[in-house]
Design a protein around this ligand. Structure first.
Ligand SMILES: [Fe+2]
Length: 444
């Protein structure tokens, strides 16, 4: 038993959060879930059947079920609180297209189920839990974090109202931040270690890769920079697109980023939730897919960074003689301190993206800004397992999706700081333009 437990702690490290801190995290993320859902009508809680969204009523019940399944049932051995819960909300077995046809409890029933699970979790935590069990609390809190972000972009996808009480308005006074940073080449340890606290299976484990010296933009591509490509006819010019990218463009008829509105050949506005708003020229372009990022790069004679390059630009430092990467790897781009809104636009500090020159305190050693927060950044890399990958207990988190997705790094304004660690590997299929993603580029 002692041997098994210590092996578990090595394989599945935790953040070190105490039981009280975990209870606070559970309540805080639930507040966000409520703010993103409780104003919706019964009709909006179900919404249209689309492959890229879940019915909101199903999604929040699934969040409650995930907490119950992994903490109360798996870790504590409790019986299910609702007989039908697995049949309704196990995302591994309930096919996506069937989620609109289930006999779900009504709004009050779903919220009551979630509140019951939360109450039982807080009760367990107040009695003290061991580190092996805390892992499952950390997992289920991060799972709710991910669904909170999904609920934010679902409201954008479906044109629902801007949610109340989430973030201060984002001002746009900081402006552009043009130019490249030079990053030394050398050996880099790609991936995470036990010292990084709670990590997901797809980050395991850090291993050495070689990187050639490269130049990477100090900031993500802005709306103004992307608009130049659109005005130049980029969406109609086959030469800028890969075969798969052109097939996506042809099948959708895309002429510009999905929410942009065109007036007399200019792109000054976009649909934000259910309103038409000015498009901030120096904010990062958002809601573009991997194919659009790839096409912009070909037009601009640039390229996307690999995820190893992205990590080195974010966390690396030059060796003392300046000729190669040092052995060091920072915890955050700016150093060791936890993120604040001076470093990174995370955790709904603002209700949208800031200009790319904002958050100067968050610059990396090489001078890259906003590597964390504001928008997820598409990388050139396919989502593949790192050497020695083994699935963690939530087996369907990574393994089913390898080799079909592209990796994104860094987190968006709607991502929790728990998820937006620099080592976190997000992954989506390359046609997804509904997620809060942009990109930064490297010189060829
Ligand atoms: Fe989920």
């Amino acid at each position: 038993m002692m041997i098994r437990m210590s092996a578990t702690l090595i394989d599945r490290p935790t953040s070190g959060a105490t039981e009280d801190e975990l209870a606070t995290q559970l309540r805080d993320v639930r507040t966000r879930t409520h703010r993103l859902t409780e104003d919706l009508s019964t009709r909006q809680l179900m919404g249209p059947m689309l492959p890229i969204v879940n019915p909101v009523l199903w999604e929040i019940g699934h969040v409650g079920w995930f907490h119950e399944y992994w903490t109360l049932r798996h870790a504590h051995g409790e019986a299910p609180g609702l007989d039908r819960a697995d049949v309704l909300w196990n995302s591994s077995t309930v096919a996506h297209a069937t989620r609109w046809d289930l006999n779900l409890p009504d709004r009050n029933g779903v919220f009551a189920y979630m509140a019951d699970v939360l109450g039982r979790q807080v009760g367990r935590l107040s009695g003290g839990v061991d580190a092996g069990t805390r892992y499952f609390y950390e997992l289920s809190i991060r799972h709710e974090d991910m669904h909170v972000e999904a609920l934010a972009y679902t409201r954008q996808t479906l044109g629902y109202a801007r949610p109340d009480g989430l973030g201060h308005p984002a001002d746009h006074n900081a402006g552009p931040w043009p130019g490249d940073a030079s990053v030394s080449g050398g050996r880099w340890r790609l991936g995470s270690t036990g010292a990084d606290g709670f990590i997901f299976d797809n980050e395991k484990w850090a291993h050495e890769v070689g990187i050639a010296p490269f130049r990477i933009a100090k900031a993500p591509v802005t709306n103004a920079e992307f608009a130049a490509f659109v005005r130049a006819g980029g969406y109609r010019n086959r030469q800028f697109w890969s075969a798969a990218g052109w097939a996506w463009r042809e099948s959708t008829g895309a002429e510009r980023p999905v929410y942009w509105l065109e007036t007399d050949g200019s792109y000054g506005t976009w649909r934000r939730y259910q309103e038409v708003e000015p498009l901030a020229p120096h904010a990062p372009v958002m809601f573009v897919n991997w194919y659009e990022a790839e096409a912009w790069c070909r037009w601009a004679k640039r390229r996307l960074p690999t995820e190893a390059e992205w990590e080195a630009a974010a966390l690396g430092e030059a060796a003392a003689n300046g000729s190669c990467l040092a052995d060091s790897k920072r915890r955050w781009p700016w150093g060791e301190t936890s993120p604040s809104s001076q470093h990174a636009n995370l955790d709904f500090a603002f209700d949208g993206p800031l200009d790319v020159a904002a958050c100067a305190a968050g610059d990396s050693a090489f001078g890259c800004r906003q590597m964390i927060g504001n928008v997820w950044e598409w990388t050139a890399s396919d989502f593949v397992p790192l050497p020695g990958f083994a699935a963690d207990p939530y087996e369907d988190y990574s393994r089913p999706w390898f080799n079909t997705r592209k990796v994104l790094r860094g987190g968006s304004w709607a991502t929790s700081a728990r998820i937006a660690r620099p080592g976190y590997r997000n992954f989506f299929t390359p046609e997804r333009n509904d997620v809060i993603a942009g990109f930064r580029t490297c010189a060829l």
